[in-house]
Design a protein around this ligand. Sequence first.
Ligand SMILES: C[S@@+](CC[C@H](N)C(=O)[O-])C[C@H]1O[C@@H](n2cnc3c(N)ncnc32)[C@H](O)[C@@H]1O
Length: 273
Amino acid sequence: MNTEHKAQTELDATEVKACCALAYQSDAARLLLGDSFHPGGIRLTEHLGSLLQLAPGQRVLDVASGQGRSALALAQRFGCHVLGIEYGAEAVRQATEAAIEANITHLVTFQQGDAEQLPVATGSFDAVICECAFCTFPDKATAATEFQRVLKPGGQLGLSDLTRTGEVPADLQGLLAWIACIADAQPVQAYTRYLTDAGLHPTLVEAHDEALQEMVQQIQGKLLGAELLLRLQKIELPASFNLEQAKKLARAARTAIQAQTFGYVVILARQSA
Ligand SMILES: C[S@@+](CC[C@H](N)C(=O)[O-])C[C@H]1O[C@@H](n2cnc3c(N)ncnc32)[C@H](O)[C@@H]1O
């Protein structure tokens, strides 16, 4: 790769991460998604925790922890210690506030960081989770290597993410689609290959397509509600939020999900003992 092209690629990668973080820490994201930013919500997070057999005293890393809802839920349900690493500074602040409010700072903490360069020691976690975020990382191979690096021998990764079969439709390829986890969603086999190449051993692949369908339906409902309130002049939307574009994206996503172009999956992988 020549220097100019490399610099351009790196700039784009940084821009994607920053835009993604900004979008997910916005009021619009909370309005549309609530505070759990993945299909299946906390129910699927707790299922992931059960599959990983989380237990009191264990150390869990939540990579791309968003508003921190999953970290809080896992600590409350399983009694484990959870560190959330998240790119967005404002999201880290909000998640920390939520932990203080829930009176659980003895178990849950948040820190700003990049999934592709995790600011934690090698071999220091019993489990790593990453929900609906791996698909947004520009350098998935490096992120997978980081998951492997930070796991203790025998530790487990629990990934949940958007999957795709076939080509991404043209109307789902822009930056907004990337942020919405769609544009760079990969086939399941590509995800397991990233993990295998990083030295992890996939042990389970579980389909949860219905959770994705439900989420997109809920988002469409909320967009319609927002449009109505806007017409009645009951709400104002941030200038950066383009309602028409969001409706178009949600419509295209629903059509693609119905055509089974997209799905949602849980993948477990183990570190060698
Ligand atoms: C769809 S949200 C999922 C958030 C959370 N895992 C959840 O399920 O509620 C994707 C999150 O990934 C974060 N993110 C994107 N790229 C990242 C990176 N390179 N390192 C850390 N976090 C990142 C975004 O800021 C955003 O909070």
